[in-house]
Design a protein around this ligand. Structure first.
Ligand code: GUN
Ligand code: FE
Length: 456
């Protein structure tokens, strides 16, 4: 971990929504803590000096390879990885009771199983290029400490949330009172911080996050207490907001208000907060969310199953809300954030299509659809910014969290290489550099096989 990295080749990143940069023949050098110390065209005088002044060997990327920031998964239920890809036929509130709560309770009662599930999850995240993840865990402290320990050991940047819930449809899976729950939340924060306290700062990859599951499982007393704890200890907060029809109805009938009002009056809409879904929020609510500095984890696949309506992504972006993408395992069945990007684009295009069909298009060229470059921003810089991280782009001062992608193998059809007929066969350019068409094709068709390296 304490080793400088030097890489020369093509870098791809998106610093602003819709703006993609392909930087050919750049040199990137990190310091011994993994922070980018130099990033410039390789033929600059400074790069030439950097090339000769470091002892470490320089990695030179082969043609057809590029370096991209790691993906940030802004919403994932780690224990639900146990049953990923099963049981998505039910509406949310029934699904939680039938699948989610049972699986989580099972892991809370079997630490060895939890360790196995979390170890496999970490391995799969690395295969899929996810280097940072915001996790929901279970209720029990020990299981969440196992989760934090496994993520730290795997070298993943992980924000770990011990669930807070003092109300449940499953009496064996809940905390006994608001006070018990608050004490447990506080205790987990301390123990999770202790896990890495002896390490140098740059090696501390896990951080505890306060995690009121959602309004239906949290009393007002618990929510207010967590709001105070977050403020006192400067802790991030994650939850689910305005996700599904049945969930929204439960909150209305039980509390007489919308869940956004419950979070707001409990001090839980802060600049440290990431709320998943927000499917049913309208523009005035986005304005409010933005004014609070709260970020949103957009989970398009999960929305398709549970939410009945698409998230108003373009409107939220236009209001300046910070947004990243989440897989929402197991409400979404795919752990690969590339699929989240694709689903985000598909759903947004359907929204734009419906608008056209309804004769509602404006003349100003504005579209509800997002394109692949915008989705790539959300999956990298968008998610990182939501978590207050400097990763997600290549810039001096940012930690080097990155993946290496191979799209083209000029030596002929390497495993996973995509098909570029103009660059193959008789008359082909020997070593074509990475083009925007290659990156776009990878975005549509690529998978874990194209991933040839990863750094956190
Ligand atoms: N709302 C409360 N808990 C959950 C959960 O586990 N998954 C999803 N998708 N929504 C939730
Ligand atoms: Fe969720």
């Amino acid at each position: 971990m304490n080793r400088a990295v030097r890489i020369q080749g093509t870098f791809v990143h998106t610093q602003r929504l819709g703006n993609l940069e392909i930087l050919h023949d750049y040199l990137l050098v990190t310091d011994s803590t993994g922070v980018i110390a130099h990033f410039e065209a390789a033929d600059s005088a400074q790069s030439q000096a950097a090339l000769s002044s470091y002892a470490e060997p320089c990695i030179t990327l082969p043609p057809g390879h590029f370096i991209l920031p790691n993906f940030v998964d802004l919403h994932l239920h780690a224990p639900q990885f146990l049953y990923q890809g099963n049981g998505l036929h039910l509406p949310l509130m029934e699904w939680l009771n039938e699948y989610a709560f049972k699986a989580e309770e099972r892991l809370d009662g079997d630490a060895a199983l939890a360790r196995r599930v979390y170890t496999r999850l970490a391995r799969r995240l690395i295969q899929d290029g996810t280097g940072t993840v915001l996790l929901f865990g279970t209720i029990k402290e020990h299981t969440n400490l196992v989760l934090a320990e496994v993520m730290q050991k795997a070298g993943l940047r992980a924000f770990v949330g011990k669930l807070s819930m003092d109300i449940s449809s499953r009496p064996s899976y809940m905390e006994s009172s608001a006070q018990t729950s608050l004490q447990a939340a506080h205790s987990f924060v301390e123990k999770c911080r202790d896990l890495t306290a002896s390490l140098p700062t740059h090696e501390r990859l896990v951080e505890p996050v306060l995690t009121p599951r959602f309004v239906p499982t949290c009393s007002d007393e618990l929510l207010v207490g967590l709001g105070k704890l977050s403020a006192a200890e400067n802790l991030k907060i994650q939850s689910h907001l305005a996700e599904a029809h049945d969930q929204v109805e439960v909150v209305r009938s039980e509390r007489g208000v919308e869940d956004i009002q419950v979070f707001d009056r409990s001090g839980l809409l802060t600049a440290r907060t990431i709320q998943a879904h927000c499917t049913f929020l309208d523009v005035p609510s986005f304005k409010h969310v933005h004014s609070c500095g709260t970020s949103i984890a957009h989970c398009p696949l999960s929305n398709s199953y549970f939410s009945a309506e698409p998230f108003r992504l373009r409107e939220a972006l236009d209001e300046g809300v910070q947004i990243g993408l989440g897989t929402d395992i197991a409400g979404g069945y795919s752990l690969d954030l590339m699929n989240s990007m694709r689903h985000a684009v598909s759903i947004s295009r359907m929204r734009q299509g419906a608008k056209i069909m309804a004769g509602l298009t404006d003349d100003d060229g504005k579209t509800l659809a997002i394109d692949w470059k915008e989705a790539l921003y959300l999956a990298t810089k968008g998610g990182a910014a939501a978590l207050g991280l400097m990763t997600g782009v290549f810039a001096v001062g940012s930690p080097f969290d990155a993946q290496e992608i191979c799209v083209f193998d000029s030596r002929g059809g390497g495993v996973g290489a995509l098909d570029f007929f103009d660059h193959e066969g008789p008359g082909a350019v020997a070593d074509p550099s990475v083009t925007i068409e290659m990156v776009e094709k990878w975005w549509c068709l690529g998978n874990a096989v194209n991933r040839t390296g990863m750094w956190v």
